[in-house]
Design a protein around this ligand. Sequence first.
Ligand SMILES: [Zn+2]
Length: 259
Amino acid sequence: MPNRLKIQQIADNIYFARPPLFQRLGILSTTANASYNDILNTIILQDDLFFKKKGQPTRLKDYDDSQTEKINYFSLNSVSIFHELAHADIDIFIEEDPNSEMYQTVVNEIPKWAGENIYGFNAKSVTHEIIGYTAGNILEVLNNKINTILTSHGIHPNLTKCFSTGALIKTKSLLNIDADIKFKDVLKRTSFYDEFIPKDIFIKGRHISVKGFPLVLKRKVLNYFIKTYAISIDSTTLIRKMNNSHYREKLADCYNPLL
Ligand SMILES: [Zn+2]
């Protein structure tokens, strides 16, 4: 549930392009789901991310389209897209604005660490990828946590159905769900902080371990995402958000018949 306004602001400043044209022009060839070209300020998305139907304008697949796909298409691809949006954010907003709170971190501190600790790779690329993979990780971790919470409450993760009545009766008593139907913190106040920062990144397909990325820099990167996108950093905050969202309506749909 990241902040849509910020994402919109980035999206307004970049261009989405489909790969065939760009590949034909020789500008970029890509096998990833999404990639970012910082010269063109363009995010290149794989063709299968687009919804195409004769007589209808081509558009990016959205969540509803993903419901008809066999795999969890949306979360898989939103992870790649958020990763690429983070690159665009660094390029367009952070590196261009010395007053940005992340400016020093992105332009000096992380590249300095990367230059001293990661050999054989461009320090700026390492910086970009640590932040890109952090963005993707955040979405992936939150998506997994939300799925776990939904499943523990007897809701199918794609929100299409509730578990069987028998299973819901058991869950209702196990979690003490009363007339005020609310999600309970089944994750027991766990922090997601450590899971958000990647331990590995990849540059042009080559693996780099970033296990040694210093805590002080981790904090700066994470605080940026937490502040900018209003990200939940622990299960308490996430449960509170879910109780104020469309997820709670689904929970009510499942448990109302049992009251
Ligand atoms: Zn990247």
